[in-house]
Each structure stands twice: as structure tokens, then as C-alpha cells.
Design a protein around this ligand. Sequence first.
Ligand code: ADP
Length: 276
Amino acid sequence: MIRVENLVYRYGSQGDPVLRGIDLEIKRGEYLAVIGPNGCGKTTLVKHLNGLLRPSEGTVLVDGMDTSEGRSLREIRRKVGMVFQNPEVQIVGMTVEEDVAFGPGNLGLPPEEIRRRVEEAISFVGLETHARRSPHDLSSGEQQLLAVAGVLAMAPDCIILDEPTTYLDPAGTRKVLDVVARLHLQGVTLVHITHYMDEIVETDRVVVMDRGRIALSGSPPEVFSEQDILLDLGLEIPSVTAFMKKLRQMGVPVDPRVLTVEDACREITRLLERRP
Ligand code: ADP
């Protein structure tokens, strides 16, 4: 769905590039996590995926459309929606309904179609009882769900989430991640920047960035088995993986690639059942 070829990007005409030759392919329906230390270029990269930034060198193609070509931008932005870190700055409407209607309204769709999309998007994220409220009266978690609904109402093929849970409490985080998981099941392509390692264990693939380049790419178990590289970059490993690593250091022969609580329970049960 998205193809990035030798992407180089500089803010301004001079200075060192922030992105230094990125090659990346994102398949339709894929759930991709992007991780890396602060300032390594994650946000700069994803802003290229819907044409908010245009490459200094190289190309970015979305469904075959080049983001450098102005005439494709409208369609590219409809296909690839973005949810940013701070939910409050994404609010554009006086009520939840109005806020969600903003995007489809701009597409010039018939009023019935707009209404249908707004209702569907609000119900998908579970904000039905808040439809007539002011977005500013919602919790941060609800505001982020509203941002997701606003993007959903555009019927995008791909949604980019740039650290969407940073300002949320655990309950808000859970709700947003639940919505993201359901979007994945529905076949929406997802690109999720995060610095919470526990958030990416369910993704299909993880890309690790370092100083404007891709340092590592693979499935979550593959990437988290490279613990030394991750620790060198100042990144954490998921808490379950850290626990399994500790057990292994203590002489318990568990598989160190285990990432989820369910798999850890299975692994430990397997060991206990083997005991004489
Ligand atoms: P990350 O998302 O990994 O934290 P960013 O893509 O936000 O990294 O930033 C990468 C680098 O680009 C950083 O050094 C940052 O200071 C710089 N940068 C980001 N936005 C701008 C901007 N608008 N103008 C100039 N430099 C910027």
C-alpha cells in the first residue's frame, strides 16, 4: 500500500538530513510499529506517508500515487489519516458529532452519507452517549477516541498513530488500544509510533529507527530477541520479555522470545508439567 524508496529529508535547505535513506514497504492490512529514541526521525518519517512532508530526495508512493505530486495530495490524505499525540489540539468541532463530521464534510459528500459515517464512526469508538457534548468536556482518552472517529469517518485505508497514548491514563490507553486492535481485525493498515514496548507485542512488524535510518525490522519476537541493540539505543523491552529474561538468567529454561502474558503462562505451565 505504501512504498518508501531511499527517502532523505532535511528541514530547511541546509544542514544534516533528519532522514538518511529510508526504504520501507507497508503492505495493505499490515499493523506496523515504529520505535526508536527521541529525535531519531519517527514523526518526520510518518508525516511523509500522507504528504504532510515531501521528500528532499527519494520517493514515497501511496497506492502508486507520488506524494510529491500536488494533484494526488487530496486523495492521499483521504486514504491515509493521522492521529497525533495530543488529543486536544485535534479538536475542530463544537460537539462530538460536529467534530467527526468535519472531515467527510470537506469531502463534499451528501448529507445522508455524512450522517451515516459520523454515526458509524462514533459508535465504533464507543462515544455514542457523548455525541452532543462539547469535545472539551471529554477526558483525554475520550478525546483521543474522538480523533480516531474523525479519521475513521474519512473511510481511510491506512491510519497513522503518532504516540496516541502519551497523555492518557491506563483506562484511556486500554480503550484506544482496543479500538486500534479492532481496526486491525477489519483490515485497516496501521502505522503506530510508540515508546511503550508493551503496546507493540500485538503488531505484525516492528521497525526500529536510529538517527534517521532503519536499524532493525522484523516481527516483534525477532526484534525483541535483539535485546543488546535495543538497550544500546536506550529502548526498553516488553515487561513480559524482561521477566522471561530474568527467569532464564536464574537458570529456568524458558523461551526468551515470549512477549505476551498468555504465552508466558503457557510457557511456565509447560515447564511445571514437565517436573517429576
Ligand atoms: P522523533 O519522532 O523520533 O522523536 P522527529 O521526527 O520529531 O523525531 O525529529 C527528528 C529530528 O528533526 C530532531 O532532531 C528534531 O529536532 C528535528 N525536527 C523535527 N521537526 C523539526 C522542524 N519543524 N524543524 C526543524 N527540525 C525539526
